[in-house]
Design a protein around this ligand. Structure first.
Ligand SMILES: CC(C)(COP(=O)(O)OP(=O)(O)OC[C@H]1O[C@@H](n2cnc3c(N)ncnc32)[C@H](O)[C@@H]1OP(=O)(O)O)[C@@H](O)C(=O)NCCC(=O)NCCS
Length: 322
C-alpha cells in the first residue's frame, strides 16, 4: 500500500534516507545531507502543499519524492526544475505517476507565474533509469547534455596557476555576496538549465547552505574594473559525502565574467581551492561537468581531475506561452 501526499518539513530524516538510496543506485547529484535536505524543503518560493509529492509505503518509509521548482527567469523564459527521486524498489510502480504529476504541475506553475512567457522545463535522469528516460523523451524532452562526475585526490601536487595581473584571490567574503550573485548570473546567462537566482533564492544556491565552505571557496577580485563590480570570478565549495559515504570537497559552482574569460581566472581559483580544501582536511575533491562544456572539461583535466564514468542526463522541454 502506497500513500501519496505533499512533503512536510518533518520528512527531513526519511527524505534524506530516500535521496541517499537514490544517489547510491543511480547518482544525479542530489544533496544527501540532512541540512541540505532541510534547506531544500524550506526553499523560498517552494509551496510544499502544491509543489511537492511523496509516496510513503505501509512501513512509513518514503519511496518517492517529487518536486517542481521555479528557478527564476532566463532571457524571455521561465525556468522550471522537475525533480523525481524514486527508490529503485518502487521504480516499476511509481515512475509513470511521478512523470505525469511533474508535467501537470509544471504546466500549472507556468500559467500561475508567467502566463505571458514560455517555460523551459529542466530535469536530471540517472544513466541507468531507462524507464524514466524513455517517458521523458516520449513526452518531448531532449537530452541537452550528459553530466559526468570527476574526482581528484587532494594529496596529489597542484599545478601552479597564478591569477592574471590586477586580479587577487580571496576566500569567500559575505560583503561581496550580492556582487557575486550578479557575476554568477552573467557567467551562466547562456546555460539553458542553470539556475539564475534572484536575491531571495540566492542563499539556497550555495552561500547560505549549511554545508557551504567559505574558507575553501574563492572570489577573484579586480577592484579597478570598469563597472563597479569587483567580482570577476567565483568558485563555491560545499562539504559533501560521496556515493560511498566518504567525505569530499564538492566544487559546486564556478564562473568567470564573460569579459574576463580566457585569462586564467578560473584556473587560478581552482588551484587555490584544491590547496585550501586540502588544508581544511579534505582528501578528495569532486565535481560535475557537462559534456557540452569543453572549456570547463579541459580546465578540470589540466588541474588533475579524472572521469569516474558515472553520470546523468540533463533534459529540457519548452512549454509555449498562452
Ligand atoms: C568555464 C569557465 C569558468 C572558465 O573560466 P576562465 O576564467 O575563462 O578559465 P581560464 O581562463 O582559466 O581557462 C580557459 C581557457 O583560457 C586559456 N587561458 C588561460 N589563461 C590564458 C592566457 N593568459 N592567455 C590565453 N589563454 C589563456 C586556458 O588555457 C583555457 O584554454 P583551453 O580551454 O583551450 O584549455 C567560464 O568559461 C565560465 O564561467 N563559463 C560559464 C559557467 C560554467 O560553465 N562553469 C563551469 C560549470 S562546470
Amino acid at each position: 500500500m502506497t500513500r501519496w501526499r505533499p512533503a512536510a518539513t518533518t520528512d527531513v530524516d526519511r527524505l534524506t534516507a530516500l535521496l541517499a538510496a537514490c544517489e547510491q543506485a543511480d547518482p544525479v547529484g542530489l544533496e544527501v545531507e540532512p541540512d541540505q535536505v532541510r534547506a531544500r524543503l524550506v526553499r523560498p518560493g517552494l509551496d510544499l502543499a502544491r509543489d511537492t509529492l511523496v509516496a510513503e509505503d505501509a512501513a512509513g518509509r518514503l519511496v518517492a519524492y517529487v518536486e517542481v521548482a521555479d528557478m527564476g527567469l532566463g532571457p524571455g523564459v521561465l525556468r522550471i526544475r522537475l525533480t523525481g527521486a524514486i527508490d529503485p524498489s518502487a521504480r516499476d510502480t511509481a515512475t509513470r505517476r511521478v512523470h505525469d504529476w511533474l508535467n501537470d504541475r509544471a504546466a500549472e506553475l507556468r500559467r500561475e507565474r508567467r502566463p505571458d512567457l514560455p517555460a523551459m522545463l529542466g530535469t536530471r535522469c540517472g544513466a541507468s533509469d531507462r524507464r524514466r528516460l524513455d517517458l521523458l523523451t516520449a513526452a518531448g524532452f531532449a537530452v541537452v547534455r550528459w553530466e559526468q562526475t570527476l574526482v581528484r585526490d587532494l594529496d596529489q601536487p597542484v599545478l601552479s596557476a597564478p591569477a592574471p595581473a590586477g586580479v587577487s584571490l580571496v576566500p569567500f567574503d559575505p560583503r561581496y555576496d550580492e556582487q557575486t550573485r550578479l557575476t554568477h548570473n552573467e557567467a551562466y546567462a547562456d546555460s539553458p538549465t542553470a539556475m539564475i537566482p534572484d536575491r531571495e533564492s540566492w542563499p539556497a544556491h550555495a552561500t547560505g547552505l549549511p554545508t557551504f565552505l567559505p574558507e575553501a571557496s574563492v572570489l577573484a577580485l579586480a577592484p579597478d574594473g570598469p563597472d563597479g563590480n569587483p567580482v570577476v570570478g567565483f568558485l563555491f565549495t560545499l562539504d559533501h559525502v560521496d556515493v560511498r559515504g566518504r567525505a569530499a570537497a564538492l566544487l559546486h559552482c564556478l564562473g568567470t565574467r564573460p569579459t574576463w574569460q580566457g585569462r586564467g581566472v578560473a584556473s587560478a581559483m581552482l588551484a587555490q581551492t584544491l590547496v585550501t580544501s586540502r588544508e581544511a582536511g579534505h582528501r578528495r575533491a569532486e565535481l560535475h561537468v557537462g559534456s557540452d562544456n569543453p572549456v570547463a572539461g579541459r580546465l578540470y583535466t589540466r588541474l588533475g581531475f579524472s572521469d569516474t564514468g558515472r553520470g546523468h542526463a540533463i533534459l529540457t522541454r519548452q512549454l509555449p506561452a498562452d
